[in-house]
Design a protein around this ligand. Structure first.
Ligand SMILES: [Zn+2]
Length: 193
């Protein structure tokens, strides 16, 4: 995936958008994606393109703010159990609108949100509220970047503890979950410790 991202950064893509009839037909009878990505719905972060991967390569779950709900956990279980996919990357990104909205909402709760949007922001609050309230950051950008990383880490933790099925797969070495962030300007993906 990192090699694919390096091709994307260098605008020397080899796989994304390259579809031949043979490959499409072969995939009609089954899939074996080598990695899963839980990413944000943001139109600027399509996993297949930023990792330069083709049809059938990635099992992608996208939701605003890359937050974890039971349906995301169920999707991971489905791919890991049925396709043997052993890597899951939670991918946050710079200037994430969901994280920005959550930061603003912590400072000044927005009462005009629909219950559905409220649910997404509330889901993000526990991980980022301590950072917003700490006053430890020199700039808004620094705070925002720390919140984006904290939100990714929180999703990784929630997935790792999300179900007996996922815990069992991790224990047996059949699933690894990593966190990363994507930079909108450079196009590069950086793994988070
Ligand atoms: Zn986003």
């Amino acid at each position: 995936m990192i090699e694919g991202n390096e091709r994307f950064v260098a605008t020397q893509m080899e796989r994304s958008g390259q579809v031949c009839c043979q490959r499409r037909r072969a995939l009609a009878s089954g899939q074996e994606p080598f990695a899963m990505v839980l990413g944000c719905s943001d139109s600027r972060v399509p996993a297949e393109i930023v990792f330069d991967q083709g049809l059938g390569d990635l099992f992608v779950i996208r939701v605003a703010g890359n937050v974890v709900y039971p349906s995301q956990i169920g999707s991971v279980e489905f791919a890991a159990e049925n396709f043997g996919t052993q890597l899951l990357m939670v991918l946050g990104h710079s200037a994430c609108g969901a994280v920005q909205a959550a930061i603003q909402d912590i400072r000044q709760p927005n009462s005009g949100l629909s219950p559905n949007l409220r649910s997404i922001l509330d889901h993000m609050h526990p991980a980022i509220a301590p950072l917003v309230r700490s006053g430890d950051f020199k700039s808004e950008r620094e705070l925002e970047e720390a919140c984006i990383r904290a939100n990714v880490r929180e999703s990784v933790t929630q997935l790792m503890r999300g179900s007996e099925c996922i815990e069992r797969l991790i224990e047996r070495g059949l699933l690894k979950i990593v966190g990363a962030t994507y930079c909108l300007e450079s196009g590069s993906v950086t793994l988070i410790d």
